[in-house]
Design a protein around this ligand. Structure first.
Ligand code: HEM
Length: 326
C-alpha cells in the first residue's frame, strides 16, 4: 500500500488491471499504522529524558532551577518536566525526519543501507510522530499552566492556559513573547505542510511538492525557539554547543540538496540559460544564504560564541516564564 502511494506520488502510470492506489484517507491511515513502532520509540525516548530531567531537578543540578529557582520541586513541576521532555523528543524526531527528507531530495548517495521506499516510509512516519510530539509538548505546557493557576475559577484557568499556549501573541512575559510564537509557528506550519501529502491528489503533486519544501521553515523555527527559550540550553555550556553542532549536518545536506537536487527540473543552471527564469536570482541567493549558514554554524561551534548566557553566581531575581512574573 505504501509503495503504491509512492508510485502515485511520482506520477507513474498504474498498470492496467491493477487497482488505483488507495485514497488519501487510506494512505494516511496506513502511515499512521506504520508510525506505531516509531511513535513507541519516541515515547520511550521522552520517558528517558523525563527521568533524566526529574533526577537532575531532584539532585539540585537542574539548569531549569538555576534559571527559575522557584521550580526546585520535581514532584510539583513534573508536568513542566514532561513538556520539556516532549520538546526534546520532538526536536530529535524533527532532526531525523528533516535529515531523511534531505537525503531523499538531494544528490542520490551511491549506496543506501535500505531502499528508497523504506527511507520514504520512515520519512513519512517520523514526520507524523514529530507533529504529535510537538503537540504533546505544547499540551503539557498548557496542563502545567492550568495546574499552576490555582487562584482563579476553572473556566478562566483553562482559557488562560489555552491562550498562553496556543494563541499567538497572547503570552506576554519576557523572552516568551518571541519564543512562544516561534514555537507556535513551527507547530501550526508543521500540521498543514506535513499532512498536505495526503491530499496531494486533490491539490496536485506539483503544488504539494512546492509547498512541502517550506517544511524546512518548521525545523528552523523549532531550533530557534529552543535556543531562545530552552532552560536546559540556557547557559553557554556543552548542551548548547551540541545543539548547535547538530545543525551542521542539516545545513550541509540542505546546501547539497539545493546545489544538486535529485529532480533535474529543480537544478539552477546558468543565469539566463534556457527559458526566462524570473526567480533565478532569488534561488541563487537562497543557495548563497545556506552556504553562509554552514560557515556561520562552523564559526559558532569553533568559537563557542553560541548566544548562551553566563551562569549567574546568585539566583536570578526574575524568571523567563509567566509563572514567576504573574
Ligand atoms: C505551541 C507551541 C509551543 C509552546 C507553547 C512551547 C512552549 C515552550 C516553553 C514554555 C519552553 C520552555 C521550557 C523550559 O523551561 O526549558 C519550551 C522549550 C522547548 N521547546 Fe517548545 N513550545 C512550543 C513549540 C515547540 C516546538 C514546535 C518544538 C519543536 C521541536 C519545541 C521544542 C522545545 C524544546 C526542545 C525546548 C527546550 C526544553 C528544555 O530546555 O528542556 N517547542 N517550549
Amino acid at each position: 500500500m505504501l509503495s503504491d502511494a509512492r508510485s502515485d506520488e511520482e506520477g507513474a502510470a498504474v498498470p492496467p488491471g491493477r487497482r488505483r492506489p488507495p485514497g488519501d484517507r487510506l494512505a494516511l491511515r496506513g502511515d499512521l499504522r506504520s508510525a506505531l513502532p516509531d511513535a513507541t520509540a519516541a515515547v520511550v525516548v521522552t520517558a528517558l529524558v523525563f527521568v533524566f530531567l526529574y533526577a537532575r531537578m531532584e539532585s539540585g543540578a537542574s539548569d531549569t532551577v538555576a534559571v527559575m529557582p522557584f521550580m526546585d520541586d520535581p514532584g510539583t513541576y513534573w508536568m513542566y518536566l514532561l513538556s520539556q521532555a516532549f520538546g526534546w523528543s520532538a526536536l530529535l524526531w524533527a532532526w531525523g525526519t528533516v535529515m531523511l527528507g534531505l537525503l531523499l531530495s538531494g544528490p542520490r548517495p551511491a549506496r543506501l543501507p535500505v531502499s528508497r521506499q523504506v527511507l520514504e516510509r520512515w520519512h513519512r512516519t517520523t514526520s507524523l510522530t514529530t507533529t504529535a510530539l510537538m503537540f504533546a509538548h505544547a499540551l503539557m505546557f498548557a496542563a502545567e499552566l492550568v495546574r499552576y493557576e490555582t487562584k482563579v475559577a476553572w473556566a478562566e484557568r483553562l482559557w488562560v492556559a489555552f491562550a498562553d499556549t496556543f494563541v499567538p501573541g497572547w503570552y506576554d512575559s519576557g523572552t516568551g513573547q518571541i519564543a512562544i510564537p516561534l514555537g507556535q509557528g513551527a507547530l501550526y506550519l508543521a500540521i498543514p505542510l506535513g499532512l498536505l501529502f495526503y491530499v496531494r491528489h486533490r491539490i496536485g503533486a506539483n503544488a504539494w511538492r512546492r509547498l512541502h519544501r517550506f517544511v524546512i521553515v518548521v525545523y528552523v523555527l523549532s531550533v530557534w525557539h529552543t535556543l531562545l527559550y530552552g532552560t536546559n540550553v540556557w547557559y553557554g555550556e556543552w548542551p548548547r554547543t551540541v545543539l548547535w553542532l547538530l545543525q551542521l549536518p542539516v545545513a550541509v545536506l540542505l546546501l547539497l540538496r539545493l546545489l544538486r537536487p535529485a529532480r533535474r527540473a529543480e537544478r539552477l543552471g546558468p543565469p539566463g540559460g534556457g527559458a526566462a527564469r524570473p526567480g533565478w536570482w532569488v534561488r541563487a541567493a537562497g543557495r548563497v544564504a545556506v552556504g553562509a549558514v554552514v560557515v556561520g554554524l562552523l564559526i559558532v561551534v569553533v568559537s563557542g560564541r553560541d548566544g548562551g548566557r553566563d551562569r549567574p553566581t546568585h539566583p536570578p531575581a526574575t524568571a523567563p516564564h509567566s509563572q514567576e512574573t504573574d
